[in-house]
Design a protein around this ligand. Structure first.
Ligand code: UDX
Length: 461
């Protein structure tokens, strides 16, 4: 009982600080984890950068603290996630400003009545470990990508030693036999030009995990058993947890969207036949060039299937706004709907949705699996290629649309997924995975066990 400094009704015994990387695919899982911890009675303070700043009004149950990130306006406006990340890490740990350490010191001084147990931070925020150590705060790392992806990070030196990396054009389809089912082209690094920078980043990321008191990965044991086992065997930290899929543990997912969702699309979906609609979205960062955009538009139009297509304002490279081809609207009238941003989890769970054309960001992949929706995969960068490989090869719940985007190929892919036997079999396997997700979310399931462990651990710090 008793109020605390914030005037809340009940005293919260401990506080956790959480610090997400300010991109949609990273904000979502961090706030989902924060929701879960809050529901277990922990107070939550959310640190957030000025870049993509979060709106405290949407989450009154959390305390929000801004962190100066030192990202120059030009870099922020470039939209280049890698450049922004570099600028951010440099800015937060710049010796002269000690910006992040300063914020942590004032947060700790301010919250004596609900003392902070630790900071849960996104694995990419490399400035956090040093700042946290300087103020005596324990760290827990959240990885928002798959266990397989982290396994690749751990294997990075081996991949060099054995000659898989740096990737060579002639070896792109060579299997990496130490990391099945991956091939060289599926590795994270194939899309990365500056190998030296990469090596440096990965070394620091590994060090951050090894010096932490726990690693949380947004996945679940039944989905990536071998990958998780390898990580647990090789890492020397007390706790490697897989409480995912995290979006299923939180009921406030829409409140972490950076763009406004078009919720009218649900009413439109209500009018479509069961499993008839293809949902098309390439996440929050990936984009198409103007010609690809045209091919996608016509591929969707000629497929004859209803579709719901997310076209963000910055979806098409080099154009101010996406330009739809002449005659497109008339061709898809009543059958196709284009929106700027979707309530994606609700869309995927809708009975009318029968397939997902996705870039295979890890969140989208998990969200699709959780609702038993099979996928057409069009990965672009980072972990997306390896997610596609698992979707196709390990789980058999989708297939890659490879090579140049061309309307005839797109149309064929859509028919394969939505009409043909192969697609139906993928849908069946996706439904089986959905049941595995349901299993892990049951009382006493793997999610609850992992969260219990995490909470106990936090309370013990
Ligand atoms: C990025 C990388 O691309 C990805 O590979 C990495 O794993 C995480 O960071 P992003 O491109 O944003 O992610 O894709 P994804 O991981 O799928 O996350 C997108 C999130 O935005 C999902 O939670 C999805 O539900 C949400 N979303 C997407 C919407 O709410 N509405 C939309 O219209 C589209």
């Amino acid at each position: 009982g008793g109020g605390d400094a914030g005037g809340r009704k009940s005293r919260r015994p401990r506080r956790v600080l959480v610090f997400p990387l300010p991109f949609q695919g990273h904000i979502n899982p961090m706030l989902q984890l924060a929701d879960t911890l809050h529901a277990r009675g922990l107070a939550v303070t959310v640190l957030h950068t000025h870049f993509n700043a979060l709106d405290p009004a949407r989450r009154p149950e959390f305390r929000f603290v801004p962190v100066p990130d030192g990202v120059p306006a030009g870099v922020a406006a470039s939209g280049d996630a890698i450049d922004i990340l570099h600028a951010m890490n440099a800015g937060m740990e710049a010796e002269e400003s000690a910006a992040l350490r300063g914020v942590l010191e004032s947060v700790l001084a301010d919250e004596e009545k609900t003392p902070a147990a630790c900071i849960v931070f996104d694995a990419n925020l490399l400035a956090v470990p040093r700042a946290a150590a300087a103020v005596g705060l324990k760290t827990v790392v959240l990885r928002t990508a798959s266990a397989a992806c982290f396994g690749c990070f751990m294997a990075y030196p081996m991949l060099h030693q054995k000659g898989y990396l740096p990737p060579q054009e002639s070896k792109m389809y060579m299997p990496v036999k130490e990391l099945p089912p991956l091939r060289v082209r599926d590795l994270f690094y194939s899309s990365w030009s500056d190998q030296e920078k990469m090596r440096n980043l990965l070394a620091r990321a590994m060090e951050a995990v090894n010096n932490s008191s726990g690693l949380v990965i947004n996945t679940f044991d039944a989905l990536e058993p071998a990958e998780l086992e390898r990580i647990r065997d090789e890492l020397r930290i007390p706790m490697v947890l897989a409480p995912g899929p995290l979006h299923k543990l939180s009921s406030k997912n829409t409140a972490s969207s950076l763009l406004d969702e078009d919720c009218d699309c649900i009413k439109w979906l209500d009018k479509q036949p069961p499993k008839s609609v293809l949902y098309v979205s390439f996440g929050s960062l990936a984009s198409l060039d103007p010609n690809e955009f045209l091919e996608v538009a016509w591929g969707l139009a000629t497929s004859g299937h209803p579709f719901l297509w997310v076209v963000r304002p910055d979806s098409v490279r080099g154009l101010d706004g996406p330009g739809f081809p002449n005659g497109f609207e008339a061709a898809v009238e009543g059958r196709g709907k284009v929106i700027r941003w979707a309530p994606q989890q609700e869309v995927l769970a809708h009975r009318a949705v029968g397939g997902f054309w996705t870039h295979n960001g890890w969140n989208s992949t998990l969200e699709s699996i959780s609702e038993g929706v099979p996928m057409i995969c069009r990965p672009q960068f980072a972990d997306q290629m390896m997610n596609t490989r698992y979707v196709e090869k390990t789980w058999g719940v989708g297939f890659e649309l490879e090579g140049e985007l061309e309307r005839g190929k797109i149309e064929k892919a859509i028919r394969k997924l939505m009409e043909e036997r192969e697609g139906a079999e993928m849908r069946e396997r996706a439904m089986e995975l959905k049941m595995k997700v349901a299993d892990c979310l049951k009382p006493g399931g793997s999610s609850e066990i992992a969260i219990d462990k995490l909470v106990r651990h936090i309370l013990s710090l």
